[in-house]
Design a protein around this ligand. Sequence first.
Ligand code: PGA
Length: 270
Amino acid sequence: MASVGSSRVPLIAGNWKMNLDHLQAIAFVQKLAWSLKDARHDFAKTEVAVFPPFTDLRSVQTLISADKLHLRFGAQDVSAHESGAYTGEISAAFLKTLDTPYVIIGHSERRTLHSESDEEVAAKVASAVKHGIVPVICVGETAEDLELHGPSAIPVAQLRAALSQAKFEREPGLTDIVVAYEPVWAIGSGQAATPEQAEQVAAQLRATLTEILGSDVADATRILYGGSVKSSNIAGFMRMPNVDGALVGGASLDIPEFASIAQFLKHVGT
Ligand code: PGA
């Protein structure tokens, strides 16, 4: 399993997408925290983070800090720009002011529904890194890509592109990024990749990180799998050496189900 023998703390991340307003978010985060507490969740062994819509972030941040919850949180997107005439956008500086630890960048829904290019994804990653926010960089192939190019060509090319503009100024071993491999055909389809498919691509992504950022960074970077993850299939993914967690969409909106995914060690049997 990924976490055994490596310094990587698994990350179970819930991408709420456009669900739950800020009032619902407060109730949800409280219940999730209670549910994990009841299950004696060990946050040092598995990190758990929620990714609510922008309008919820302040409420979620305040709740987590006031109640000293061990949950973490992130935004679902960020602007590539610093400030200015960009109606509707939210800068990395704003997210940093809210002590936002993470931001999802390049989710397939943004790439397809908002025509986000690899260059835009790279600029957003650069902005997040500049402001000390950990980017959760999403990569993944469509069913057509899979047929035309095989499993890892597109995710690897997207990762290379996503890292092309960021300036990692800190010590190489401390470069903090998360990569999420999310095959587009598996997102919201109920048809998850097999653990072996996820491992094959995750291993290629790690090799790419080694080439670009060096082996210290590659060894320390969490690579998540995303796409129809449930409590019934999480164990298979987490047994894979290069899969260090999951980016969960639909199932992250169901508290018992998401808590059960976060408790994957119970399913793995360790
Ligand atoms: P899903 O979504 O778990 O509903 O397939 C995953 C994602 O979009 O991050």
